[in-house]
Design a protein around this ligand. Sequence first.
Ligand code: ZN
Length: 242
Amino acid sequence: MRYAIISDIHGNREALDAVVAELADEHIDGYVCAGDVVGYGADPVACLARVRSLGRLTAVAGNHEWGVLGRTPRAYFNSLAAAAVEWTSGLLTPVELDYLGQLPLTDARGDFEVVHGSLERPDDFTYIVGPADARECLKRMAGRLCFVGHTHRVGIWSSDGGHLTAVKASSVVLKEGRRYLVNTGSVGQPRDGDPRASYVVYDDEAGRVDICRVPYDIALAQKKIRAAGLPKRLAERLAEGL
Ligand code: ZN
């Protein structure tokens, strides 16, 4: 089976469309969304519809979903995120909120798990930034592979149960006896200095994880954010990838 794992789309329709178009040639058997379909960008409704239309989808909730549902208090968010959560909440219908409300915080499919932040307290949306955070998540994994998002930065951590390694390659073949924690980066608001949309393709037969980047129409996404009256910084940062 070949899986496409996407995360942190954040209402960026142009980025999501570019990723989905790229995946059309990839013979994908199943889609996985690691949360934060909404928030920050100008097209949360369209992005939600597009993700739900992907089919054979496994999806979990992110902190922005929990924000619009009122499960994560506004005070948790910084001012930019809070403004986006507020704006997004006003757009979603009860049907869309019901859908978001039934999303689990963690899920499993094939031989892997998925969670937005970390398996360490999924409902607190812990960030995996350094090795200590990665270790906490790795030790809670049921199997050898887990996909996360949330930081908007691509990263692969690998452990043999003792030694932890930060894998620098964008492509990795899973080795017997090791566990892998893969941050897919963000489709709609990358923060690792590369403004291109980020996603992952996982082939469970080849045991191979590929981190992929694709350019998209950033100028159009920025224009829509400005036109929506969302904070200007949310538009600017897309071009910087920060
Ligand atoms: Zn996010």
